[in-house]
Design a protein around this ligand. Structure first.
Ligand code: NI
Length: 160
C-alpha cells in the first residue's frame, strides 16, 4: 500500500490535458493500486491520475466504499437529464460547491487488462464520472460552481 501525495489547486499539473494509456505496464498497475489506496485513505469517491501528478488518462471511482471502478482512457458516450448538487474534490480540500451535472452517463473505458467495457451511472456515479473525466482535460469543478465555493462545514441548503 502506497499513499501518494495529492496535488492541490494551484498546482500546474492539474491544468494539463492527460495522455492516452497505450499499454498496461507493471508501473501502470502500481499507479492504479496507489490511486485506490490514496482515494480510500482520503475518504474520496474518485481520483484522477493528474491528482497524484501523473498525466495519464486513468481514473478510479468508488461511490459505495466497496465497489472500486477503474476507468482507463474513458470516453463519455451518452448523457441524459440534469442533477444539481454539492460537489467537492480531494485537490480542493475543505471546500465544496453546487454543480449541475448530467443525471445519467454512459462511459466507455478500458480496464486494467486493456479490455474495453461500458458502464452506466446515475446520481453520484454519474457525477463522479463527469468530475473525474474533467480532471483528465485539466479542468476542476470549481470552474463550474454555481454561486460561491463554500467551506465544507457550512450547510449549503441554507443558502438556496
Ligand atoms: Ni476532483
Amino acid at each position: 500500500m502506497a499513499i501518494r501525495k495529492i496535488r492541490e489547486i494551484g498546482d500546474p499539473v492539474l491544468g494539463k490535458v492527460c495522455k492516452e494509456v497505450k499499454e498496461i505496464t507493471p508501473r501502470t498497475r502500481e499507479l492504479i493500486r496507489d490511486m485506490l489506496d490514496t482515494m480510500y485513505e482520503a475518504s474520496g469517491v474518485g481520483l484522477a491520475a493528474p491528482q497524484v501528478g501523473v498525466l495519464k488518462r486513468i481514473v478510479v471511482i468508488d461511490v459505495t466504499g466497496e465497489d472500486p471502478i477503474v476507468l482507463i482512457n474513458p470516453k463519455i458516450l451518452e448523457t441524459g437529464g440534469e442533477q444539481t448538487g454539492n460537489e467537492g474534490c480531494l485537490s480542493v480540500p475543505g471546500k465544496s460547491g453546487t454543480v449541475t451535472r448530467p443525471a445519467y452517463v454512459k462511459v466507455a473505458a478500458y480496464n486494467e487488462d486493456m479490455e474495453l467495457f461500458e458502464l452506466e451511472g446515475t446520481e453520484l456515479l454519474a457525477r463522479a464520472i463527469c468530475h473525474e473525466a474533467d480532471h483528465l482535460e485539466g479542468h476542476l469543478y470549481v470552474e463550474k460552481v454555481e454561486g460561491r465555493l463554500r467551506d465544507v462545514n457550512e450547510d449549503w441548503e441554507e443558502e438556496e
